[in-house]
Write a protein that binds this ligand. Structure first.
Ligand SMILES: CC(C)(COP(=O)(O)OP(=O)(O)OC[C@H]1O[C@@H](n2cnc3c(N)ncnc32)[C@H](O)[C@@H]1OP(=O)(O)O)[C@@H](O)C(=O)NCCC(=O)NCCS
Length: 172
């Protein structure tokens, strides 16, 4: 269990289960213009060979979640979200560190994600872990046509990756 420095409280990460889906979607509705369907989120659970879905709890309340989709030897970060009233406390960092460690344990060689080009907070978080921009998907987001920045880490499991992970996660 990691301590969130800003509140001095332990954040607990655990696998997402079916009973979390409503709370996860309620959180997403606060931070995203559109949300996935409950059916889609449920379909992602119980597939440990190719999915990692984590939730973060603080004092028993669900305050964040994150997901990794494994495709061949790559990990796709498909979500990282923290409740608005718990942002900037280090919870996003704890969640992303857990996905990076998971990718390493799975023996993956690379990680990637898409993020809105305007999402400075998320881009700053991803950069801390070594995600680097590699291109843009024009009009990727269906709700408003915003472009997506594509980011990659190509050295998962290597010494530089471990050092960045220790550094980025170590603050939390
Ligand atoms: C992006 C998000 C997950 C970050 O979660 P968080 O718990 O607030 O992030 P942390 O407190 O762990 O911050 C870690 C680092 O990320 C960067 N960061 C986070 N929020 C930031 C902000 N608003 N502005 C600039 N940098 C920010 C900083 O480098 C920060 O480190 P610091 O606090 O030591 O400066 C959160 O803002 C969020 O849920 N946003 C809405 C959903 C979303 O956009 N998800 C990503 C979709 S691709």
């Amino acid at each position: 269990m990691k301590t969130v420095p800003a509140v001095g409280a332990p954040v607990r990460l655990r696998p997402m289960v079916d009973a979390d889906v409503d709370a996860v979607l309620a959180l997403d509705a606060l931070v995203h213009p559109t949300t996935w369907s409950p059916e889609f989120v449920r379909s992602q659970l119980g597939l440990p060979g190719s999915r990692t879905n984590l939730v973060a709890e603080l004092y028993g309340a669900l305050v964040g979640h994150a997901a990794l989709l494994v495709v061949a030897d790559e990990g796709h970060v498909t979500s990282v979200a923290v409740a608005p009233d718990h942002q900037r406390m280090g919870i996003g960092r704890v969640l992303l560190a857990a996905l990076c460690r998971d990718a390493e344990h799975r023996g993956l060689v690379a990680m990637t994600l898409e993020v809105r080009v305007s999402n400075a907070a998320a881009i700053a978080l991803y950069r801390r872990f070594g995600f680097a921009p590699s291109g843009v998907r024009p009009g990727y987001y269906a709700d408003d046509g915003e472009d997506a920045l594509i980011m990659w880490i190509h050295d998962v499991g290597k010494s530089d990756f471990k050092a960045r992970l220790d550094e980025a996660a170590g603050h939390g």
